[in-house]
Design a protein around this ligand. Structure first.
Ligand SMILES: Cc1cc2nc3c(=O)[nH]c(=O)nc-3n(C[C@H](O)[C@H](O)[C@H](O)COP(=O)(O)O)c2cc1C
Length: 433
């Protein structure tokens, strides 16, 4: 299969449980208490669907864990979790998350290379600089973004040196171990690493963070980025920008694959899907919704009564700055065609949605949107974040992915058993193949 097909991952954060009924009598196919068993079950289901990878975000604080129900918030270390998943799977890529702000590079270089050995070449590392967690690492506050990215760049330099320092067993290279001897602003590391490179090459690098420095960082090191792109134009611009920046860094444009998250709510009918989306956001207060509507539309409508009708006259005249033009346009189109009440408007996905691409509807609705984004050059693939109920996840794996394969946009079966192989990334020249 050539390059013209999607790269598809599944996010292992159990987002579909937000909005699913709490009662244990109403539990879905993917609703397990044990986080290890759950991750294994999901990864096996994703492997059955021939996905490229499973992806685990991670934060070194419990703030995020508290946003989902307690039993899913168990913050098991994602790299250890992936080691367990590796034992239960054969082909699927395993992308863990580790912060360059809080960890020493020798430890991370070793852990990632170890995961690569444990999984036989299926390891990926989502490189994050983190936005919180300072209180757990002796910092009074988070270092500035500039400092975090400077540290991240040096961190990756050290990690690459460490990976190169211990060549794959049997490598035809002079001298088995290469000293590192790194002296930098943040790190002093002698090396060499005590884990040799895997014969299939080093772990694949993901990155998340899309500020100007974040994009330069991604363009210099990442094989793929996990991006938040609330609308298609944002994704088109981001992809073009990252491809250009990669070339400026002496890489090929295709070397950085753009894989936005899609928060997808899938049901048999459009009405059911929208109802599911609504249930998943039932916890949002009226004030939060008014603020979100203002951010989307650029107009404050909080003075209106819930039963008042919203027309284009109400929102049309005084359009201020908006978060996303596409969301504003979508919502204005909805207002124009349906003249909703304020209450109805405040329930719309454009209002309550996340920073990720939100897609709500039937399998063919969401599939058509994915096909459109792909053919318009907005994405190289995506990371699925099924929402609302485990039904979204089941429909994604059982119908949407096979639907994309039937259109020739995704594989019918694995052709390799490494993450590099799935994503079309050559093993490094200095690894033995
Ligand atoms: C889509 C997305 C996912 C992220 N996931 C994580 C994560 O799992 N763990 C983490 O510590 N930080 C995560 N981050 C934070 C980034 O690593 C980075 O610290 C932050 O976005 C600030 O960089 P920026 O200004 O370039 O966006 C994520 C950021 C984005 C945009």
């Amino acid at each position: 299969m050539g390059n013209a097909h999607l790269r598809i991952g599944l996010c292992l954060a159990p987002t579909w449980l937000k909005g699913q009924a709490e009662e244990s009598g109403n539990r879905g196919r993917f609703d397990l208490d044990d986080p290890i068993e759950l991750a294994i079950l999901l990864a096996k289901a994703a492997e059955d669907a021939k996905l490229d990878l499973v992806f685990k975000p991670d934060y070194l604080t419990d703030a995020h864990a508290r946003t989902v129900r307690k039993r899913q918030g168990v913050g098991v270390d994602p790299t250890l979790l992936m080691a367990a998943v590796a034992q239960a799977t054969q082909k699927i890529g395993l992308v863990t998350t580790a912060s360059t702000t809080f960890n020493p590079p020798y430890i991370i270089a070793r852990q990632m290379q170890s995961l690569n050995w444990i999984s036989r070449g299926r390891a990926g590392w989502n490189v994050v600089t983190s936005i919180e967690g300072a209180e757990n690492f002796g910092f009074d506050a988070m270092p500035s973004p500039e400092e975090r990215y400077r540290k991240a760049a040096e961190f990756l330099d050290v990690v690459h040196k460490l990976w190169r320092s211990a060549p794959a067993i049997g490598a035809r290279r002079e001298g088995a171990f290469v000293p590192v001897d790194h002296h930098g602003e943040f790190f002093k590391v002698k090396g060499p690493l005590n884990v040799p490179e895997h014969a299939e090459g080093s772990p694949v690098l993901f990155q998340a963070g899309a500020s100007e420095i974040g994009k330069d960082f991604a363009a210099s090191i990442a094989d793929a980025t996990f991006a938040a792109t609330p609308d298609k134009q944002v994704a088109i611009d981001l992809r073009a920008d990252l491809r250009r920046r990669a070339q400026v860094q002496g890489r090929r444009a295709d070397d950085v694959r753009i894989l936005p998250g899609i928060y997808m709510f899938l049901a048999e009918t459009r009405e059911e899907a929208f109802a599911m989306h609504e249930r998943a956001h039932a916890h949002l207060s009226q004030q939060m919704r008014f603020e979100a509507a203002k951010a989307v539309l650029g107009v404050d409508i909080s003075h209106m009564a819930m039963s008042d009708r919203v027309t284009l006259d109400v929102v049309g005249s005084s359009l201020g700055p908006v978060r996303s033009k596409t969301h504003a346009e979508l919502l204005r189109r909805y207002i124009e065609t349906t003249t909703p009440t304020v209450e109805q408007l405040l329930r719309r996905p454009e209002v309550v949605g996340s920073a990720h691409w939100v897609s709500v509807g039937t399998v063919s609705d969401v599939m058509n949107e994915i096909v459109e984004w792909f053919s318009d050059g907005a994405i190289d693939g995506f990371i699925a974040i099924p929402g609302g109920s485990s039904q979204s996840l089941s429909l994604f794996l059982d119908e949407l992915v096979p639907g994309l394969a039937a259109k020739g946009l995704f594989r019918h079966d694995y052709e390799t058993s490494t993450l590099r192989g799935h994503l079309g990334i050559p093993a490094q020249a200095d690894a033995v193949t």
